[in-house]
Design a protein around this ligand. Structure first.
Ligand code: NDP
Length: 293
């Protein structure tokens, strides 16, 4: 058996095209152009690339992109003042503060200063609580992207055994909440889990969000399972160049799995696509208009 390769790049292109269509209709029918503000503090090269890509794709979808680049020595008060200004700016529907922040800034204080309805990353404590209690929420982009691909593949996820390896606030926990909302039977595994292989082999859906290069081998995978690889690990290749690999050992797992996301080209492209979805959703909610599906 050879697994279906889930083409995240293609899937994300479809999501972006649907967002762009919806944005065009919104402009035409209501005169509204959604806007996303990205705030970057300091000069982390990876963060700069992420923020640039987010801005580019926002504009390509027909939305306004506002980029705020602040120096590394920006004080907490200065950052909070900018967030307050964006909170009250009606042209800004989504606010994203690129993480990690420099060490002298309190990430959770900063994230919780964002107006919850503009918190397109879904990290505000109110959105976390709303997701956990089944209320309308902004959902973190990476798990949302994973869920969209899973729904597309399976239709209903009800009753499936899902194992999420990783319990971070940005991936593992919200992923588990979303799968629970879909009526999966959910197990969250982490570094203290006993006999992780046996736990993972119970999974119809296995989500790896660990941050460990190729840790999930075929020994962790039930025959025919759907394997979602969230991991992005930078490695040096034999030719001295760097490359990206996932948390899943694609070569050993793909002959055993039913479906699998590759790295790169799987979950990664869906993250920014879902950021655009969330920005459009935020704009629609603000104006009481139908949300993107
Ligand atoms: P974190 O480092 O915050 O969390 C990693 C989790 O994996 C922790 O819960 C940790 O357990 C668990 N873990 C670590 N080692 C083991 C082990 N040996 N066995 C079982 N569990 C283990 O990472 P993130 O959640 O932020 O990210 C996970 C991966 O996803 C990373 O590779 C990251 O780059 C990638 N990522 C990709 C995104 C995308 O767009 N595709 C977006 C965000 C992240 P414990 O809690 O016990 O320490």
């Amino acid at each position: 058996m050879t697994a279906t390769i889930i083409d995240g790049k293609l899937f994300a292109a479809g999501v972006r095209a649907r967002v762009a269509d919806h944005v065009a209709r919104l402009k035409e029918e209501s005169g509204i152009t959604p806007g996303l503000a990205c705030v970057l503090v300091g000069d982390n090269p990876a963060s700069e690339i992420y923020v640039r890509n987010k801005g580019k794709q926002t504009v390509e979808a027909g939305m306004h992109s506002f980029q705020h680049k602040l120096p590394a020595e920006t004080s907490q008060e200065q950052l909070l003042a900018l967030i307050e200004q964006l909170n009250t700016d009606p042209s800004v529907n989504g606010i994203l503060v690129q993480l990690p922040l420099p060490g002298h800034l309190d990430e959770s204080l900063v994230i919780n200063a964002i107006a919850p309805e503009k918190d397109v990353d879904g990290f505000h404590i109110q959105n976390v609580g709303r997701l956990a209690t089944g209320q309308e929420a902004m959902v973190p982009c990476t798990p949302l992207g994973c869920l969209m691909m899973l729904r597309d593949l399976h239709g209903s996820l009800s009753g499936l055994n899902a194992v999420v390896v990783g319990r971070s606030n940005i991936v593992g926990k919200p992923m588990a909440q979303l799968l629970l909302r879909e009526s999966c039977t959910v197990t969250i595994a982490h570094s203290r889990t006993k006999d992780l292989q046996a736990v993972c082999r119970q999974a119809d859906i296995l989500v790896a969000a660990v941050g460990r290069t190729k840790m999930i081998t075929s020994d962790y995978v039930k025959e025919g399972a759907t394997v979602i690889d969230v991991g992005i690990n930078r490695i040096e290749k034999p030719d001295g160049k760097t490359g990206l690999v996932g948390d899943v050992d694609f070569e050993s797992v793909s002959p055993r799995a039913g479906a699998i996301t590759p790295v790169p080209g799987g979950v990664g492209p869906m993250t920014i696509a879902c950021l655009l979805v969330n920005t459009l959703t935020a704009a629609c909610r603000t104006h009481g208009l139908p949300e993107p599906k």
